[in-house]
Design a protein around this ligand. Structure first.
Ligand code: PHB
Length: 392
């Protein structure tokens, strides 16, 4: 009797202790992964932000609403594509919300501020669009990843294509900010390596859309070709204005695929036949891409575009990191190692990351037909950004 009595409380205590430790661990495992979206919800890039978020969430839905078995909690900031507000905005997610991972953004200038804040606070960052070369160049870091492109990648490919098509003299036009300027630089490099010459580089402040005076200059110059970097609402207006000025018939207009991605319904006839280069196209017709496009169209009642793919792949890349860390987002070294080793099964085609954490990927030459950017061929296979200045 006595021994039984003294045994019981001890057994209960042990059982209680075991239950406590199990539930403690389960609690840590059960805590949701805090994902902080910093994307534009207003302004010329608003639609791009929505597509990225929807792409990310579709991937999570395909995992039963989880990331590698972990619940997900979303936090959101509208960055307005405004670099002046970027530091305050990113700090809301890092300090106020204490997110585990930042996902953003579209605009290169805003993204560079995000990268700086991520580096200083050692917060994991996945860039699902902004191409700023520096993010996977001089600013590269263990905790910073990108699932999109560098501004150099599609631009350099377009320069090569334009030179191969026999054009000798080109004028460039863009918004005067990091993405536009780097895109023009990449195009110029590819074009001039192929024997072409950029004779004038035109620009206007972001996000202005008063193109008329610049179109008049282009008409007066009569180059063989024009290369333009614009995206979102600005791309819609530029392509329509270019066509309305009668230039589409006389001076072919080229660009990175942002000029015609997610914009075709609004651009209508103006964009028909245009050639652009990008790491995605609308009719790749692979089982992987077809399944993705069908699921996206069902979920959101609209066609997927490159931004949706980049958001979707941000969730896939994060999943690879989480799986490598047994679901523990705090096990940073394992998460990073898993992301670095990942082969992302992207709708664009499978890709791996470079040492600088930027996709090494095929760049397609596409042509606009109806509401699709149809693939013509692979302009450059397995293109890696040179990642100048990245030391990791
Ligand atoms: C950028 O700012 O890096 C940027 C924005 C929109 C795009 C592509 C790049 O479509």
């Amino acid at each position: 009797m006595r021994s039984t009595r003294s045994f019981l409380p001890r057994a209960i205590a042990l059982a209680a202790f075991a239950a406590f430790t199990v539930s403690g661990a389960a609690h840590a495992q059960g805590e949701p992964i805090k994902v902080g979206f910093m994307l534009p919800a207003t302004g010329t890039y608003a639609n791009l932000g929505t597509m990225i978020e929807n792409g990310f969430k579709l991937q999570v839905q395909e995992q039963g609403g989880k990331l590698a078995g972990r619940e997900v909690q979303y936090f959101k900031v509208d960055d307005e594509s405004d670099p002046a507000k970027a530091a305050d905005n990113v700090n809301k997610l890092i300090k106020r919300d204490a997110v585990d991972v930042l996902v953003g953004t579209v605009h290169s200038g805003v993204a560079m501020t995000m990268a700086k804040a991520a580096k200083e606070s050692n917060t994991l960052l996945i860039v699902p669009n902004a191409g700023a070369d520096a993010i996977t160049g001089p600013m590269c870091a263990k905790n910073i990843f990108r699932t999109s492109f560098t501004n150099w990648q599609p631009a350099y490919a377009m320069g090569k294509v334009a030179a191969d098509r026999g054009h000798k003299k080109a004028v460039t036009i863009t918004w005067n900010y990091a993405a536009g300027n780097e895109s023009v630089k990449g195009f110029t490099e590819g074009f001039e390596a192929g024997g072409g010459k950029v004779t004038q580089a035109l620009s206007l402040p972001f996000p202005n859309v008063e193109f008329q005076a610049l179109l008049t200059q282009i008409a007066a110059q009569k180059p063989d070709a024009v290369y333009a970097f614009f995206a979102g609402g600005g791309a819609v207006k530029f392509v329509k204005d270019y066509a309305a000025a009668g230039l589409m018939k006389t001076i072919p207009l080229y660009g990175p695929g942002f000029l015609t991605d997610g914009t075709l319904e609004a651009q209508g006839d103006a964009a028909q036949g245009m050639l652009t280069t990008l790491h995605y196209a609308d009719n790749l017709n692979t089982p992987r891409d077809n399944a993705f496009r069908l699921a996206f169209a069902k979920a959101y009642k609209t066609n997927a575009d490159v931004y949706a793919v980049q958001g979707y792949d941000a969730a896939q890349l994060l999943t690879a990191g989480l799986k490598a860390a047994g679901g523990d987002i705090k096990a940073r070294d394992k998460v990073v190692a898993g992301m670095e080793a990942a082969q992302v099964d992207s709708p664009r085609g499978p890709f791996k990351l470079s040492k600088a954490h930027n996709p090494v990927q095929d760049i397609y030459l596409r042509q606009v037909k109806g509401n699709l950017n149809e693939v013509k061929n692979v302009a450059v296979k397995g293109l890696a950004d040179p990642a100048k200045g990245c030391r990791m």
